[in-house]
Design a protein around this ligand. Structure first.
Ligand code: SAH
Ligand code: SF4
Length: 467
């Protein structure tokens, strides 16, 4: 979601005549698009802001802004902790950025604009304080013109007790299908072939604006009908909304990738209840079985939080057991980080010590990695379809700064180590040429690790694995 927001912000700045430079040193305006899902993300922004303080004294005209979730969460407090900041805009106010920079350039400010607090007014007023900011799409701000994210909903109403997202991203709202289709057609005109539909709980999507409920399964049919789109992915799913109509749509629509990110967060009922996740482990397992039965080669992935308030060794063991049983393609594992303003921070004590959290994180990761590696070994000797994304970071460290003019003397000679993804979001690395970026190719896999498949391009495959 933040990557998409950054892309839209860059597009709006370019449209307004600004240029993007390749190092903060050259910048007249420095913007941080921030995350507040864990404390660590916020700490990083505050320390980066700290490092910029002296440059402001040396270069007084420079404008510094903090955008996104942390801006929403901190508001004025951010100015108190970093008085050299000029602009603070929440994720619902990003469309105000160009005007805000203009105001500061004229000598005004500082500017703090955020959406209403969840309890700050009637639901309609809160929703209206998070207006949409989606239609400004430009291919030149995407790492790959052929790949794009499309927000189909914003906000979240689930209020999992550990999570700050419902506060900082506002109430759940689904976008009308017609707007989404129009945006995707515009992306196709820009050369896009793969879209990833985004929502915090993407499978609770429902558009009632036409008088009839259009759900994610219906939307997938509509998006699959858009000519020029070859792959459709969607993240993130909530286990409670993984309904049969959606599973069938994934099974029956060839363009929809059988890749399902459905975070569990824990394998213990006691912990899930304290997290207010709205399902039990048995229900989660039943959901996994339904997916596997309908789509045997689906890649299911999950997120887990270790060391949540009150998590015992026994609870944690149940999480390990769930990971072993479900054999996720991969899992993102996080140490619990208390978030002010959430129910968990109010009601429970953060009573699992940091060393225990660290140890559980490492243990769960080791279990998951062993499964991922075993799972990936199945592909050795097989051929997979890959959308080439570009040179891997290893071979082109200069490309880590997106879309910047590259100093040609730094480019290693071709062939380069290239990277791309399969339909199921598996990362594939192979020797290739930079002009392949954006092409669908066939790669025969000859080696696999927990996170990467390695292979070589082949031109006429006899058999193709769906991967
Ligand atoms: N909407 C998505 C993702 C939300 S945030 C979902 O419902 O799954 C992404 C991930 O960050 C979550 O899945 C969770 O695993 C993790 N996360 C959220 N809040 C956290 C916290 N307070 N501490 C540690 N991890 C957290
Ligand atoms: Fe956070 Fe839960 Fe909403 Fe996901 S579903 S964004 S974890 S509150």
């Amino acid at each position: 979601m933040n990557v998409l927001d950054s892309e839209l912000v860059k597009a709006s700045l370019l449209e307004a005549g600004y240029q993007i430079v390749d190092t903060p040193r050259k910048a007249d305006v420095i913007l941080f698009n921030s995350c507040s899902v864990r404390q660590h993300a916020e700490d990083k922004v505050y320390s980066a802001l700290g490092r910029l303080k002296h440059t402001k004294t040396q270069r007084p005209g420079r404008i510094i802004g903090v955008l996104g979730c942390m801006a929403q969460k901190e508001g004025d407090r951010l100015l108190r902790r970093a008085e050299h900041v000029d602009i603070v805009l929440g994720p619902g106010q990003l469309h105000r950025l160009v005007a805000a920079i203009g105001t500061i350039e004229q000598g005004g400010g500082p500017i703090v604009e955020t959406g209403l607090d969840r309890r700050g007014g009637p639901r309609r007023a809160v929703i209206e304080s998070f207006p949409t900011f989606d239609p400004i799409r430009r291919a030149d701000v995407r790492p790959l013109r052929q790949q794009a994210m499309v927000r189909i909903m914003r906000g979240c109403d689930k209020f999992c007790t550990f999570c700050v997202v419902p506060q900082v991203r506002g109430p759940e709202q689904s976008r009308p299908v017609a707007d989404i289709e129009q945006e995707i057609r515009q992306l196709v005109d820009q050369g896009c072939v793969e879209v990833t539909l985004l929502g915090q709980t993407v499978n609770s999507y429902v558009d009632r604006s036409t008088g009839r409920a259009i759900r994610l399964s219906d939307l997938l049919v509509r998006v699959a009908d858009v000519e020029g789109i070859h792959r459709i992915k969607f993240v993130t799913n909530h286990p409670r909304h993984m309904t049969d109509d959606l599973i069938q749509a994934v099974r029956d629509l060839p363009k929809v990738c059988p890749y399902l990110h459905v975070p569990a967060q824990s394998g213990s009922d006691a912990v899930l209840a304290r997290m207010h996740r709205g399902f039990t482990v048995a229900e989660y397992r039943e959901m996994v079985c339904r997916i596997q039965e309908a789509i045997p080669d689906a890649a299911i992935t999950s997120d887990f939080i270790v060391g949540f308030c009150g998590e015992t060794e026994e609870d944690f063991e149940k999480t390990v057991e769930l990971v072993r049983w479900a054999r996720f393609k991969n899992s993102f594992i996080f140490k619990y980080s208390p978030r002010p303003g959430t129910k968990a921070a109010e009601l429970y004590t953060d009573d699992v010590s940091e060393p225990v959290k660290r140890e559980r994180n490492a243990r769960l990761l080791a279990v998951q990695n062993a499964i991922s590696e075993e799972d990936n070994q199945r592909f050795v000797g097989k051929t997979v379809e890959v959308l080439v994304e570009g040179p891997s970071k290893l071979s082109r460290p200069d490309l880590v700064v997106l879309n910047q003019p590259v100093n040609s003397s730094k480019i290693p000679l071709e062939p380069l180590q290239m990277t791309g993804r399969t339909r199921c979001d598996r990362i594939v690395v192979f020797p290739g040429r930079s002009h392949w970026a954006g092409e669908f190719i066939w790669v025969r896999i000859d080696k696999a690790s927990a996170v990467t498949l390695f292979g070589r391009r082949i031109d006429l495959p006899a058999v193709a694995a769906t991967s």
